[in-house]
Design a protein around this ligand. Structure first.
Ligand code: 6R9
Length: 711
């Protein structure tokens, strides 16, 4: 990573109060007493058990929640930093832990309740026994029909249907590495990831319901095949689930010999059981691709033993999951949150996990609360963007429904204190604990949060470090910033922990460069203490040890909880023939947190009109990355503001898009374009009613330094 991001470090000049004018240090809110007695973490001794001087033994408590074929010989092997290996010598299978071991005590209980989007369709209940049958049959199909071997990669491009966790667990049973690409991403994005993972089998679905429509999805598989081919990978088999049994809802033609309907193949494997592979703890369970500073998405490679231990332990203590809870994590499985906290953690604990197919507001903003009431959900988990949306369109809806949550979680973005309060008072009816969980794809599970019934909540702060995690904030010179100083810096984890990714798939150097290089003082050191893990966020630690997360310090725009790399957006735009240059910037948005705006400069002598090119750019971004990345606006400008060395100054256009100060433009090679662009963009925005939004000090700081790493 370049010498980045003063987003965080420049904040260092401000005190806590100044950083967030609208977002000051909040008072504690005490968790409800009502649930304390039943809580998994209900006495302070747990904090002792996981204190820093108990590293690494403390994590044995998590590993012991699992069933092992063979116990480990060593808790953690740190001999080759930063490639730490957990529970070395241990062997286990993730599908056995999530399914088989619950059969005896909970075989007839629900493992998954799937709620289809159309409200006239009844929720589908899948018992552990039924899940076991389905996982085995699909595993048999993968093994025999596709010929997969342990540690081969299989890519999924699946929406929120039960077949997705079934397919994940079937891979886990075989020791095959799954790589699920978020269903909302484009076929192109899927194909690129297949290329990177060298995966020749794709599991997909013909269509799924979204906002009342049956959306064609198989069509994306054709694009994926093309994109993978460009990466040198020929897709051999596409397994297609059908959303409505016996019907096919896609414009895409099934290709003979390559595309197969799963429901036509499965009867051959009916009732088959597949012996689970006994995997090494440090083998790979799955890949999850994520964006970073440079163009290519990175495959975060997660382990079987360490990862599963970590998500099980954190599900137990932070989600407070018991087998008889009905737990609903309203997120997408195509996101790390779904892997860890819809599928692996909850199922390892033998609880009932709810999956919902559709959008929060379909057919109206009461839907989530009707689901909660009908299914008796007592643990609810979602992202701030969903909370904001539900608050905006249905602020009074929760009061109409009779449900009772004991904990409510947020994840993915900072939650604004006033949104937090609505969540607390209106959604939680003042009776539930809120856990704000901060972490990322790379970390497998939570890094910062409160134990729901032991630690008080503080709106806008995620809380202290999670059990066994030792957080530290460094300034740009690698000096520790003391807590309570009010200064912001780069938040890092001092110690290894079992949930951390093993490496970036196929790119060990990139793993070191991205997460370790900046704060490692001696690259030859064999002492883990010299290898703090850089999380990629700016943060402030208050006197009481609670962390306030300020956002990404790399060129990543977090849209509704999805990480989008500016480089990926820009390279998509440049694929449009007429485009000479492109720059992506974030614009603050009251529902989605941030949205993307694109600036483009055209090649000389382009005959197409600006509007036509702007449309093409939007379409190309949608094609390459997905709808989620579709820019709010595409501005065609005569020239980009540039430094004398020709680098686009993104902070200047980011300032314009957000009606904020553009800062110092004296170093620009072409300062005259700034006024020109501002006049055009801001008058157009005013005309569209996208008017001035008041920014907090921290938001202003973020805009002022946006893209600094690539200048
Ligand atoms: C789990 C997940 C990671 C980035 C992360 C940070 C932001 C996540 C947050 C939060 C403030 C929270 N983030 N949780 N910011 N408070 N509770 O979201 O993974 O998609 O990889 O995103 O999301 O900026 O660095 P991922």
């Amino acid at each position: 990573m370049a010498d980045t991001t003063q987003a965080a470090t420049e904040g260092a000049e401000y005190s806590e109060d100044q950083i967030a004018v609208h977002w000051r240090e909040e008072e504690y809110v005490q968790p409800p007493e009502e649930f304390k007695a039943q809580a998994n973490a209900n006495d302070e001794s747990i904090l002792e058990r996981f204190s820093a001087d108990r590293f690494p033994e403390c994590f044995v408590e998590y590993a012991e929640l699992l069933t092992w074929d063979k116990k480990w010989d060593e808790i953690v092997d740190t001999s080759n930093p930063p490639f730490f290996k957990w529970f070395v010598g241990g062997r286990l299978n993730a599908s056995v832990n999530c399914v088989d071991r619950h059969l005896e005590s909970r075989g007839e209980e629900n493992a998954i309740i799937w709620v289809p989007e159309p409200e006239d369709s009844e929720p589908v209940e899948i018992t552990y026994r039924e899940l076991h049958r389905r996982v085995n049959e699909f595993a048999a199909l993968l093994k025999e029909f596709c010929g997969v071997k342990p540690q081969d990669r299989v890519t999924f491009h699946m929406p929120m249907v039960v077949d997705l966790p079934v397919a994940m667990l079937a891979c886990a049973r075989l020791g095959v590495i799954h790589s699920e690409v978020f269903g909302g991403f484009s076929g192109h994005a899927c194909g690129q990831r297949m290329g990177d993972a060298k995966s020749t089998i794709l599991v997909t679905m013909d269509a799924y319901y979204r906002n009342g429509d049956l959306v064609d999805h198989k069509i994306k598989a054709d694009e994926a095949v093309e994109a993978a081919r460009k990466e040198g990978i020929e897709v051999e088999k596409i397994l297609v689930f059908r959303r409505i049994p016996g019907e096919y809802h896609s414009q895409s033609e099934m290709v003979e010999g390559r595309d197969f309907f799963v429901d036509e193949l499965l009867p051959q494997y009916s009732g088959q059981e597949v012996e689970p592979e006994s995997m090494k703890a440090e083998d790979t369970l799955f890949l999850m691709y994520t964006s970073g500073t440079t163009g290519r998405p990175k495959g975060a490679q997660h382990s079987v033993g360490g990862y599963l231990s970590y998500v099980t332990g954190t599900s137990k203590y932070y989600q407070d999951i018991h087998p008889d809870d009905t737990y609903w994590c309203f997120a997408d499985i195509g996101w790390i949150t779904g892997h860890s906290y819809i599928v692996y953690g909850p199922l390892a604990l033998g609880t009932t996990t709810v999956m919902y197919e559709g959008v929060p507001t379909y057919p109206d903003a009461g839907r989530p609360w009707r689901i909660a009431e009908k299914l008796g959900v007592d643990i609810f988990h979602t992202a701030p963007t969903t909370v904001r949306m539900l608050r905006k369109v249905g602020p009074d809806e929760p009061a109409k429904y009779d449900y009772h949550f004991k904990t409510m979680t947020t994840v993915g973005e900072p939650i604004e204190p006033d949104v937090w309060r609505w969540y607390w008072k209106v959604v939680g009816k003042g009776q539930a604990a809120i856990t704000d969980t901060w972490w990322m794809t790379e970390t497998g599970g939570f890094l910062g949060s409160t134990l729901p019934f032991l630690q008080p909540m503080k709106p806008g702060s995620c809380g202290p470090e999670a059990l066994g995690i030792q957080l530290v904030i460094y300034d740009e010179n690698g000096n520790e910033i003391p807590k309570g100083s009010g200064k912001a810096g780069y938040i890092c984890v001092r110690n290894p922990w079992p949930g951390r990714m093993l490496t970036v798939w196929g790119q060990d150097e990139r793993f070191i460069d991205t997460y370790y290089k900046r704060f490692n003082k001696d690259s030859n050191s064999k002492d883990w203490r010299d290898w703090p893990f850089m999380c990629g966020d700016g943060a402030v630690e208050a006197e009481d040890g609670y962390f306030r997360i300020l956002g990404r310090i790399d060129d990543v725009i977090n849209v509704a909880g999805h990480r989008l790399g500016t480089k990926e957006l820009e390279s998509a735009a440049i694929e449009v023939d007429e485009v000479a240059e492109a720059a992506a910037v974030p614009v603050f948005d009251d529902v989605r947190g941030k949205v993307v705006e694109m600036y483009i400069a055209l090649k000389p002598n382009v005959s197409a009109g600006d509007e036509e090119v702007a449309k093409k750019v939007s379409a190309q971004i949608e094609r390459d990355i997905g709808k989620i990345a579709r820019p709010k606006n595409v501005w065609v400008v005569p020239d980009m503001p540039k430094t004398r060395s020709g680098k686009i100054m993104r902070r200047v256009i980011a300032g314009i898009s957000n009606f904020a100060d553009v800062g110092d433009v004296s170093t620009l090679a072409n300062p005259e374009v700034v006024d020109q662009i501002r006049d055009h963009v801001q008058s157009e925005k005013r005309a569209r009613g996208e008017d001035v939004q008041e920014l907090s000090k921290h938001e202003e700081e973020e805009i002022k330094t946006f893209g600094a790493s690539s200048e």
